[in-house]
Write a protein that binds this ligand. Sequence first.
Ligand code: PLP
Length: 457
Amino acid sequence: MNTSLIDLDRAHLVHPVASYRGHEQQGVRVLVSGSGATVTDSTGHQLVDGFAGLWCVNAGYGHDSIVEAATRQLRTLPYATGYFGLGSEPAIRFAAELAERAPGDLNHVYFCLGGSDAVDSTIRFIRYYWNVRGQPQKDQFISVEQGYHGASTMGAGLTALPAFHAGFSVPFAWQHKIPSHYVYRNPVGTDPQAIIAASVADLRRKVAELGGPERVAAFYAEPIQGSGGVLVPPDGWMKAMRAVCRELDILFVADEVITGFGRTGPLFACSEDDVVPDFLTVAKGLTSGYVPMGAVFMSDHVYQTLADGAGASVVGHGHTYSAHPVSAAVGLEVLRLYENGLLDNGRKAGARLMEGLMSLKDHPLVGDVRGRGMLAAVELVVDKQKKTRLPAAAQPARRIFDRAWNNGLVIRAFADGVLGYAPPLCCTDSDIDAILQRTKLTLDQTLADPDVRAALA
Ligand code: PLP
């Protein structure tokens, strides 16, 4: 059964962000079940999912109450459009519950299908916003190197990871970047205030280069850069960037697709950063990955501008599956679970994870350990002084992922030798201890890799 599934996959299923040839060679690993923080593959191999799927199954696997919420909604009304002035109870209630909890005046929620179309929707809303404000020349967008804002046609150009650009003819001419705060490798050093000052200066410089604030529509930032390697900015970075945007009348978009819903502790990382953006995007933990959904929060002034600007006309943006009632029903139940223990457990488990990962700092390969809450990374180097990355010959992404997998652990292994962690918030102490012990074993095996040994200082 398994062999034929592997063949069928090879022949027909196009995988996201994969080397197609590499994948054909390797063959798919099929996951068949999950419970708590554990997943099982089709050979019966059990693993602690240290990455919550794709940083999304924040609640963990196997919650009957989520399944029941979805089933109830599927039985009563599986679909209702939001077009024609129609709606459904779960979607309306979910929007209201979210608005009540969102930072500041982010009181208006547009539901979509995932993170990429949440970001894509913001681009459309922002263009519309400046057009109705009579400033169509404010059409330049700025994001941050190492940032990730999805893979939609327009969002991929705000993303700043080479694989999403090469061969795809993005970024577009209106999409620009400033350097990341990347503390471990920042040219200005590790002093938090110096890093913040450099980012502020970079943003001001970029705005000036583009012709001044009257040309710039928006600035996008993640509270913690996830896909860029879990890069945690110094405390105060988001707030400082937000202040520059406010001063220059540039819309500030906080992309919380990864950081939202307990990943860093609270429901929204922005509240910890004491920041109220003009737009905030979420997905992943919004429904804990049980069903697809994304959302765009917009602040009162944005919503009122769009509404007044359109007047009696429609704001022509929407999806068939906007505010899908089954996704909303799942989201409502997931939110209840977060607030009935999961956020608290995540904070506790996150502290244990961080303490354990920090204790690996003495390992010969560990250059940096960083994170917040249940979002962390370990960056490997072969020379701690020079911060030399693992050699490409050691195939860090493939081999480290495989070693961890064989040790019973799912992590994300980035190509540059960074190990990413985003376990479910339901992790028990023993789940966290298993993650740590299996990480240590994986590091020791990586140290024994001849291609790593050859490059060691
Ligand atoms: N924005 C951020 C910050 C993300 O991390 C991601 C996905 O990882 C996205 C947007 C895109 O979300 P999706 O993969 O659901 O389209």
